[in-house]
Design a protein around this ligand. Structure first.
Ligand code: FNR
Length: 368
């Protein structure tokens, strides 16, 4: 179907399902066990309703904001996903170009299918903002080299993923033996260690250290001036610990439901976290991001009302890129921007900074 028949983010998933290989679909769409957290991530947004203001002049609305101190055109970003080439031959390069043209930040993965340089060289302007997602390798020198590379390539944030010391049980993916015809994974490290017996996720797992602790985070902080962000925090107490360890920001995330099954929805964790941070005067010290299940402008606005600085999307970017490459990525960004603008107008706000908890009814969300 042509791009003109795409009206919303879910349309991209529908198209991708029809065109992806069974391997790619299984890897992209799968989540752990019975996929309860996957569904909850999305459904949690349905438990929040709006209290809109009326008779506000909404003729102009500005959806730009800042993340990690840099300006960005929209309050959402592309979250890191491995192996974009399984869906489109340009892989992370077309995601980079699409995001760049839309002024949207791209976070790319340690396990991206294109090389670091290919992805940073795909910037459409020298100022294009990219973040790097770090999986910490059992061989620390590999990770240190990557941090140095981030400095050299003007990366604006390093997101250390901490929710994947081992991989979640993704059965859809496991049922298919991983066939890496294009040698996508081969180049990432010691190919002798790769386990190809079950799915793409298993094949990638040898690159991730199971022994990572807060000490490593403090160590990374001393090695670069780039903001260090912890991705995959799942409880308010760990956000407090992150702030106390000098971390610049956190992403509340359960990895799109792909890791611990019955991990709570990030939106819920967010609504527990912000009051605790405010109570400890830490809310100005650390930025909080969330990802998982975001498919509409309203989802993004709800998270911002609850205190998130920005909101990430994973699968939607993969699906849009798989179907349409750069043009699909642009369309995805355009759709979300338009939805956010329309919804902010209907909500009676004209700037991201005006989004606050008084605009949402969270009675069906709060657990503590
Ligand atoms: C991911 N995610 C992920 N996260 C990360 O830190 N490093 C990675 O390499 C990957 N790879 C990856 C592959 C695929 C196929 C998916 C679906 C996800 C998690 C990702 O960054 C994000 O947390 C979730 O995708 C958010 O959920 P949604 O938006 O996909 O619902």
């Amino acid at each position: 179907p042509s791009l003109s028949s795409i009206f919303n983010i879910s349309d991209f998933e529908y198209v991708a399902r029809g065109i992806l290989t069974p391997n790619a679909w299984a890897y992209y769409s799968s989540a752990s066990d019975d996929e309860v957290s996957l569904r909850e991530n999305h459904y949690s947004f349905h438990r929040v309703f709006f209290n809109p203001k009326v008779l506000v002049d909404v003729s102009t609305v500005d959806i730009s904001t800042t993340m990690l101190g840099s300006k960005t055109d929209a309050p959402f970003y592309c979250s890191a996903t491995a192996l974009a080439k399984l869906g489109h031959e340009d892989g992370e390069k077309s995601i980079a170009r699409g995001c760049g043209r839309e002024g949207v930040i791209q976070m790319f993965s340690t396990l991206a299918s294109c090389s670091f340089d290919e992805i940073t060289d795909s910037r459409v302007s020298p100022e294009q903002n990219q973040w790097f997602q770090l999986y910490v390798n059992p061989d620390r020198t590999i990770s240190y080299d990557l941090i140095e590379k981030c400095d050299a390539k003007n990366i604006k944030g390093i997101f250390v993923t901490v929710d994947a010391p081992v991989l979640g049980n993704r059965e859809k993916d496991k049922r298919l033996k991983f066939e890496d015809d294009a040698n996508i994974i081969e180049e990432k490290g010691d190919s002798d260690k790769i386990d190809r017996s079950q799915g793409a996720a298993k094949a990638l797992s040898s690159f991730i250290d199971t022994s990572l602790t807060w000490k490593d985070i403090r160590d990374f902080k001393t090695r670069t001036k780039i903001p260090i962000v912890i991705k995959g925090i799942q409880r308010p107490e760990d956000v407090v610990l992150a702030a106390k360890n000098g971390v610049d920001a956190v992403v509340l995330s359960n990895h799109g439901g792909r890791q611990l099954e019955f991990a709570r929805a990030p939106l819920e964790v967010l609504s527990d976290t912000m009051p605790i941070l405010r109570g400890k005067n830490l809310d100005k010290k650390i930025e909080v991001y969330i990802d998982g299940g975001v498919r509409r402008g309203t989802d993004i606005i709800k998270a911002l009302c609850l205190g998130a600085k920005g909101v990430g999307l994973g699968r939607p970017f993969l699906y849009a890129n798989s179907g349409y490459g750069e043009a699909g990525v642009r369309k995805l960004c355009e759709i979300l921007k338009e939805e956010i603008k329309t919804d902010m107008r209907l909500l009676g706000v004209t700037k991201i900074s005006e989004l606050s908890e008084e605009l949402v009814d969270t009675r069906n969300l709060k657990s503590r």
